[in-house]
Design a protein around this ligand. Structure first.
Ligand SMILES: Nc1nc2c(c(=O)[nH]1)N[C@H]1C(S)=C(S)[C@@H](COP(=O)(O)O)O[C@H]1N2
Ligand SMILES: [Mo]
Length: 393
């Protein structure tokens, strides 16, 4: 944005605002409070989708209303298979057993005494953007991309606990089990633990929210949400996976040849323009900041390109620093809308060189039988009147 442009945009607003403020009456504000609430004028909420009962379903983060990269804990997406249990941390135990030298039962107090780390990571359900496989496309960011959020997590590196129990030869999988009513179980390759997995008890400066697994969850950064078992109560070290319901009938990808990809855990590079996006209306031609989020389960985001002509030409957006591995990265680009129809999209490249594919490329590789792991480029159409809709609709 040039200085003159900025002055034109801000000058008249400043002058009229200043005069109005000088004449406003003043009254005392509200008293202090123990736990803060956002302004009553700020309204974005999670939208919920239940499957069969209110306890089994998901809720989506209003990503198009988010600023920066951190998702407020109260707006972190949720995915529960049997509701949110109310767990007393004093009564909670984590048991590590199986192919280990010294099985362990740990209290939360003991876990909190161990050396800890804090790291920012995204969490994304493998089913996020599943609606995009159909080709008709989700109408807005929240409904189609909202099963992804990003927090600062605090916990104990899993590697440290596995060193403590001592792995026996042949130990290759961890079966993580939750304390919720469905006893959610997932088989997790032990390679994750030896990399950057942690047992998280903190989220954005507080203990985990109950919805995110209070008092303890498994975090395997960059992998699909489903393996990141909440309300974690058991880690069974085994030589083979269990082949549980959630890794066979669910969270596996049916390929065109009738075979299924299983344990397709890594979330590949993805990005979405959050402004302007479906549901927005641009009020007038002129200056805007195009913005959005990019992330990759392989590491850092290296580049995000934007197109304003439906994918014919691309231009680099600027990336917010620091670009953290396996975390949301905010991208931005000042843009002048001339009032005409435009089709915009973003395309992310991660530090491994992986480039976010088009929907056509994804479908050519995987067909349309799978509801999971959709990371195709998403196009938004801005009509002459300023109304923004999904370009695939
Ligand atoms: N114990 C337990 N862990 C669970 C689940 C669950 O229902 N029970 N849902 C999984 C799924 S499918 C996802 S996508 C993530 C969602 O984590 P969140 O609710 O903190 O966003 O948790 C995973 N861990
Ligand atoms: Mo999920």
């Amino acid at each position: 944005m040039t200085k003159t442009n900025r002055r034109k945009l801000l000058g008249s607003a400043l002058a009229s605002g200043f005069l109005a403020q000088a004449q406003e009456p003043r009254s005392l504000g509200r008293p202090l409070s123990g736990y803060g609430e956002r302004s009553k004028f700020v309204r974005p909420v999670r939208t919920t989708r239940v499957t069969k009962t209110p306890e089994a379903g998901s809720s989506s983060t209003p990503l198009a209303d988010m600023l920066g990269t951190i998702t407020p804990s109260a707006l972190h997406y949720e995915r529960h298979h049997a509701g949110v249990p109310d767990i007393d941390p004093a009564a909670h135990r984590l048991t590590i057993y199986g192919l280990v030298q010294r099985p362990l039962v740990l209290t939360m107090e003991e876990i909190r005494r161990l050396p800890s780390v804090s790291r920012v990571h995204f969490l994304e359900c493998g089913g996020n953007s599943g609606v995009e496989w159909s080709g008709t496309g989700g109408p807005d960011v929240q409904r189609s991309y909202g099963l992804a959020s990003c927090s600062e997590w605090t916990g104990v590196p899993l590697r440290l606990l596995l060193d403590e129990v001592g792995l026996q030869p042949g130990a290759a999988w961890l079966i993580a089990e939750g304390a919720d009513a469905c006893r959610m179980q997932r088989s997790v390759p032990i390679t994750a633990a030896l990399d950057d997995a942690m047992l998280a008890y903190g989220q954005n400066g507080e203990p985990l929210r109950p919805e995110q697994g209070f008092p303890l969850r498994l975090l395997t950064p960059g992998w699909e949400g489903n393996v990141q078992v909440k309300w974690l109560r058991r880690l069974h070290v085994t030589a083979e996976p269990y082949m549980t319901r959630d890794e066979t009938s669910k969270y596996s990808d049916l390929m065109p040849d009738g075979k299924a990809r299983v344990f397709s855990l890594e979330m590949e590079a993805k990005s979405i323009v959050t402004f302007p996006s479906g549901g927005h209306t641009l009020s007038s031609p002129g200056l805007y900041e195009v913005s959005g989020l990019a992330w990759s389960g392989k590491g850092r985001i290296a580049r995000v390109e934007l197109t304003f002509d439906g994918g014919r030409t691309w231009t680099n957006a600027s990336l917010q620093e620091p670009r953290l591995p396996k975390a949301f990265t905010r991208f931005r680009l000042p843009w002048k809308w001339d009032g005409g129809p435009v089709v915009i999209a973003s395309r992310a490249t991660d530090e491994s060189g992986y480039v976010q594919p088009t929907r056509q490329e994804l479908v050519a590789a995987r067909g349309v039988n799978s509801g999971y792991h959709y990371n195709g480029i998403k196009f938004w159409r801005i009509a002459a009147g300023g109304v923004v809709t999904s370009a695939d609709a």
